[in-house]
Design a protein around this ligand. Structure first.
Ligand SMILES: *Cc1c(COP(=O)(O)O)cnc(C)c1O
Length: 400
């Protein structure tokens, strides 16, 4: 295993950021293709930025945020937080009780680490389910908060009926429901025509303003006014709230959001998938792009190496974990092909699935044929790199 812990993940991320900077310095922004779908963005006019310097600006952005936020998420009140994780932490700090249960339902593991980590901070027990029958059968009496993630980090989407069932179950027991709709607030509604979480009865929802929209890394919360007020108070105590520059960028991102742009990515996804299906088994479609899971990547690597040489011995790969394969491939995509995917730049603990998000802005500058060739090339390089642990380490941890 080359990436052993959060520290290694952080070091890998530092290398990635250096590589990104050098590509931009040497070739220009147009030669970097950010396909993370976490495009971020800071849309602001000169006038907006001037306002930011005074106390008037934040007051204006705050009012706009309430209006646009409610259009986007529904609910009675909006509150902007530093990240989705901050909104989850603030909610758990406010609502979850020591020794009680925080119960999390999602259509497919893994859960976002901020949920169990926050529960553990307040001394709450944490349970997670991906099977609705198990969720219902094992639901503990002493539950203080239900969290539902209807669109996972890997963009697995919960069926709307099941979503409603899980919300109703908690409501019958008078337990508050937080929906982690980081990507879902747009993905579920634009691509799957599902309802907003608040329309389905959720008390609270948090979404990530840089997922599938041109906003800053940040979290936007909505929900029942009394709960939002308590969460807001708690957030101010710990510095979890978003600051005015982020709020401005959130407002601009919300103004700019158009669900038709998301729908357009569907055609490109099909085109790319058709090309790749000629050479690979490992790709799966996601709602807005394609992805390769840890296990599929490993299977494809083994299959390809065996095809290459009949005497290939699988034990030669034992020094790598399944996640390592994803991280090394993501670093090659970045260093060699100038394509940014999440495993190259992710925060520790995030999913290692390699996703190519075709709703990303940079796709507009990219021919699907060229993207196909770059993906193909990088996989061939990956097979080569895996022959040597030393080279693989270099790819992960060294800038040159
Ligand atoms: C991205 C994501 C988060 C965390 O968002 P941050 O902005 O990194 O805090 C939480 N939950 C899910 C389901 C996500 O996809």
């Amino acid at each position: 295993m080359l990436i052993k812990d959060s520290l290694d993940e952080m070091k890998k991320r530092e290398v990635s950021l250096k590589v990104i900077k050098s590509i931009i310095d040497n070739d220009g922004r147009d030669y970097l293709y950010d396909l993370t779908g976490l495009s971020g963005g800071f849309l602001a006019t000169e006038e907006d930025l001037n306002l930011l310097e005074t106390y008037i600006g934040p007051a204006i952005f705050e009012e706009k945020l309430q209006i646009l936020g409610k259009e986007h998420l529904g609910g009675e009140k909006i509150f902007a937080v530093n990240r989705t994780s901050s909104g989850i932490l603030a909610t758990i700090l406010t609502i979850a009780k020591e020794d009680s249960y925080v119960v999390h339902f999602l259509p497919e593991f893994p859960a976002h680490p901020s949920i169990p980590r926050s529960a553990s901070l307040v001394g709450a027990n944490y349970l997670e389910f991906e099977d609705i029958n198990k969720f219902i059968a094992n639901f503990p009496e002493n539950t203080s908060l239900v969290v539902i993630t209807p669109s996972t980090m890997d963009h697995k989407i919960l069926d709307e009926e099941e979503f409603k069932t899980t919300i109703d179950l908690a409501k019958d027991k008078n337990i508050p429901v937080l929906v982690d709709d980081a990507s879902g607030a747009r993905l579920r509604t634009a691509i799957f025509s599902q309802k907003k979480a608040t329309e389905l009865g959720a008390d609270l929802v948090v979404t990530s303003t840089d997922k599938l929209m041109m906003g800053p890394r940040g979290g936007l919360m909505a929900g029942k006014e009394d709960l939002i007020d308590e969460i807001k108070t708690k957030s101010h105590q710990f510095g979890l709230e978003a600051q005015p520059p982020s709020i401005l960028a959130m407002v601009k991102g919300l103004e700019n959001y158009n669900e038709n742009d998301l729908k357009k990515s569907l055609a490109k996804k099909d085109e790319l998938m058709d090309l790749l299906a000629n050479d690979f088994e490992m790709f799966e479609k996601t709602p807005t792009g394609i992805m390769v899971s840890e296990n599929n990547l490993k299977d494809e690597i083994i299959f390809s190496l065996k095809k290459d040489k009949s005497n290939f011995n699988e034990t030669s790969l034992d020094k790598f974990s399944n996640k390592d394969f994803c991280f090394i491939w993501a670093m090659l995509l970045l260093k060699e092909e100038h394509i940014v995917t999440i495993p190259a730049v992710s925060m520790p603990g995030a999913s290692a699935t390699v996703r190519f998000d075709l709703a990303a802005n940079d796709v507009d500058r990219m021919d699907i044929d060229i993207l196909y060739k770059r993906i193909n090339n990088s996989f061939k390089k990956l097979l080569n790199v895996l022959k040597s642990e030393k080279i693989a380490k270099n790819i992960l941890f060294s800038f040159n």
